[in-house]
Design a binder for this molecule. Sequence first.
Ligand code: PLP
Length: 386
Amino acid sequence: MPEPVYFDHAATTPVREEVFAAMQPFFGPRFGNPSSMHRWGREARTALDEARERLGRCLGASPDEIVFTSCGTEADNMALIGVWRARRGEGSRNAAVSTPIEHKAVLGALHEIAKEGGEERLLMVDSAGRVDASSFDALVRDDTAVCSVMWVNNELGTLQDVQTMAERARSRGVVFHTDAVQAFGKVDIDARRTPFDLLSISGHKIGAPKGIGALFIRRGTPMEPLLFGGSQDRGRRPGTENVAMAVGLARAAELAVAERDEECRRLQALRDRLESTILARVPDAVIHGREAARAPHISNISVPGTESESMLIALDLRGVACSAGSACQSGSITPSHVLEAIGVSTDVAKAAIRFSLGALSTEAGVDRVAEVFPMLAEKARRLATA
Ligand code: PLP
């Protein structure tokens, strides 16, 4: 069998050599606790401070506006729940607003807020996953504590107009969060230009290890901590800091920003090649979200009459790793909440396959997928109708 190809970078990415090298000393001689007064501690503190500063620079933020978290999920939870709890005493600002196509890290936080007495509201999105502007105006208002809209959707790649939404939220006194887990390294993000108050990123999507993320918290944003204990991170996130991972995240972020423009051009060319070849071979294939402006690394494709679970297995047997655009629970496929929210029929949603490109993607790999996928899809359709 030819070398397997990895088309699942939106799920996770390989750790970059430069990132691993930057982290290594902190698993060896530089093992100190940044809270310790002695030389080991001071050395760790310096490394942590530097990581915060370097990551801040990648976002147009000051070091004190960066909180390292254990993952993107924690950053999303902290943003929504932390702000909502901090604002709950503020007059009638009780609502938390988001979209139906968010990652579960945001939707789960929203449900938690509802359990604590908050009002949960979801904005309308169109058939490509773009937030409807009039729905935004109707739901994000002076009774809203916090609003969260993801910058790039993890299933579709759809980009949102974060600039406009952040400006409108600010003019209404609403704290605005954006989940930039799939956007970082693909979109030019600058906290000095775009008035978001909070922004989440995750290391393992950009070449750092799993288990590290960060939340940008603009100075002055009301925020209650989710953890209680020591005074690390000025009490915003107690617990001994993960110095090695923070250093790794900062290095990965710097590399992603430095390479962004060129890598985006490369990935977009690869994605376009993948989509046009598949469409030429399977003219009735549906590419979800294609009408919208999209980040270049995600392509979500359904071939009507197939099922993603069996397609994934068949693709894997042929050495192609990708993921379903639907959630697979105990053998039965439930259509993805994202595809459902943009109005894709259940049958078509159950056929969705997400290809996501990144560091390991090459033209040869794309050509393999563009050959194998249509062939397997046709075979699956023949079997289904036999
Ligand atoms: N938000 C988005 C858009 C994601 O794609 C993911 C991960 O897939 C997350 C949040 C959660 O990040 P983590 O895996 O670091 O918890």
